[in-house]
Ligand binder design. Structure first.
Ligand SMILES: Cc1cc2nc3c(=O)[nH]c(=O)nc-3n(C[C@H](O)[C@H](O)[C@H](O)COP(=O)(O)OP(=O)(O)OC[C@H]3O[C@@H](n4cnc5c(N)ncnc54)[C@H](O)[C@@H]3O)c2cc1C
Length: 167
């Protein structure tokens, strides 16, 4: 079987589903995933997602994250993630993710290495909740097609066209 698509996303964890939802709706998007939607690290993640409070918090966030990662982190990526984190949390909330809150204020918790309470969460099954919400949005998007139980073997790029090989 041959499929032509504008965008190919491999994997249906939070990264794959969130990327698909944030791309132009005019693009045809195919998500290929080797198992089913409940089979990803994202689905198992319990604790929550760390975020800055505001731009003044970026340096502390980076420092805490480097401690949590035992300084093995790619520092440029940590800065990028820190800078984008609040915006991404806001997008997730707009999509329908219900992070625990009291009187409209997010309830933060604290995790290893962090000096501040900066983890937003949904009860103790944040990953499952986020995946369920992202998937429910994807189901309403005609331009996104998910192919399950299919594994990427190789990607070949020729003349600016990417060919994916799957089993
Ligand atoms: C038990 C557990 C608890 C965690 N708790 C937290 C937490 O509280 N907070 C936190 O920030 N992080 C946590 N993490 C880490 C977090 O889950 C991951 O960093 C995050 O989910 C990665 O998301 P992802 O979309 O990049 O990858 P994943 O969620 O791992 O998704 C990868 C996807 O790619 C698919 N795939 C892989 N190879 C192929 C292939 N060859 N062909 C087709 N499809 C393929 C997989 O089937 C899957 O769908 C936890 C991880 C685990 C395992």
């Amino acid at each position: 079987m041959k499929i032509h698509t504008d965008v190919l996303i491999v994997g249906s964890g939070i990264a794959g589903l969130f990327t698909a939802l944030n791309l132009d709706e005019k693009l045809s998007i195919t998500i290929v995933t080797k198992s089913n939607l409940t089979d990803s690290n994202s689905y198992l993640a319990q604790g929550g997602i760390s975020t800055i409070y505001n731009d003044d918090d970026i340096d502390d966030f980076v420092s805490d994250t480097l401690i949590a990662g035992n300084y093995k982190n790619d520092i440029e990526t940590v800065y990028l993630v820190a800078k984008e984190s609040k915006n991404v949390i806001d997008i997730l909330i707009k999509l329908g993710v219900k992070f625990d809150s009291v009187n409209g204020q997010l309830l933060y918790t604290k995790e290893g290495g962090h000096s501040k309470y900066r983890i937003v969460h949904h009860k103790d099954f944040t990953g499952k909740h986020v995946i369920d919400i992202l998937f429910s949005k994807i189901q309403n998007r005609k331009n996104i097609n998910i192919i399950k139980n299919t594994s990427l073997i190789d990607l070949i790029v020729e003349n600016n066209v990417c060919y994916g090989e799957f089993v």
